[in-house]
Design a binder for this molecule. Structure first.
Ligand SMILES: [Zn+2]
Length: 120
């Protein structure tokens, strides 16, 4: 079975997984609050949030795995991702440069500045 993958941009609003699932299920990009309510609560059985795929003879979980890996390789080649460990940011308040999310968080905690811009 062959398939296809279409890449859609979902807002990176700390609910991107929920937004993506809502879009795939209902073509609705605003399902995150509703889907978050359905997340397993602390103390839920471990198997509650597991998906088990059957492994094929070739060691993959089927065509979806190959499609997903091809998509990832393509996006990596196009550099259409954010490397949050090493991206370079400039503080919008004091203009200091920081590298990676860790330094940005440290700067924000030390100064209260939370307006960062990525630069190359
Ligand atoms: Zn600053």
């Amino acid at each position: 079975m062959e398939g296809s993958i279409v890449r859609r941009v979902i807002p990176s609003d700390n609910s991107c997984l929920f937004n993506a699932v809502g879009y795939v299920m209902d073509r609705d990009r605003n399902k995150a609050p509703e889907l978050r309510q359905m997340s397993p609560a602390e103390g839920a059985p471990e198997e509650f949030d597991q998906t088990i795929f059957s492994v094929q003879r070739d060691g993959t979980v089927g065509p979806a795995e190959r499609l997903a890996l091809n998509l990832v390789k393509d996006q990596q080649r196009k550099r259409s991702y954010t490397d949050t460990a090493n991206f370079t940011l400039r503080c919008g308040v004091c203009q200091i440069g920081v590298i990676g999310q860790k330094e940005a968080v440290e700067h924000a905690q030390a100064t209260g500045h939370v307006n960062f811009q990525e630069y190359k």
